[in-house]
Write a protein that binds this ligand. Structure first.
Ligand code: SF4
Ligand code: SF4
Length: 103
């Protein structure tokens, strides 16, 4: 039987592999630390974050609103004039050899 005829055969049951659900991606960023003692509440980190991860609280200080949206780009850390915010990503830790956790 030719392949074309086989595809039209009503008796034929096609076996297909089960479709696997995609695994949820782990966030790339483990944590973002904001040192209140050094922070002056200028809002630069919030303004430069391209993903809306950070927001300003009622006291005028930044807080992490949505860690899962963070890409670990580091803009907030680079732009903070007071070194008051740090971003700890999985990639950065594993490159430095500080973590045994697999990517
Ligand atoms: S690392 Fe990038 S995405 Fe994450 S909070 Fe900072 S600026 Fe936003
Ligand atoms: S840029 Fe630095 S000093 Fe300014 S609000 Fe953000 S963490 Fe605070």
């Amino acid at each position: 039987m030719k392949a074309e005829e086989a595809s039209r055969d009503p008796e034929r049951v096609e076996e297909t592999a089960p479709v696997e659900e995609p695994k949820p991606r782990r966030p790339r960023v483990r944590r973002i630390d904001i040192f209140r003692a050094w922070c002056k509440g200028c809002g630069i980190c919030v303004a430069f974050c391209p993903r809306g991860v950070l927001a300003i609280d009622e006291d005028g200080y930044p807080f992490v609103k949505d860690l899962e949206a963070c890409t670990g780009c580091g803009w907030c850390e680079i732009r903070c004039p007071d070194f008051a915010i740090t971003v700890e990503s999985r990639r950065r830790r594993s490159k430095a050899g500080e973590s045994n956790e697999k990517e």
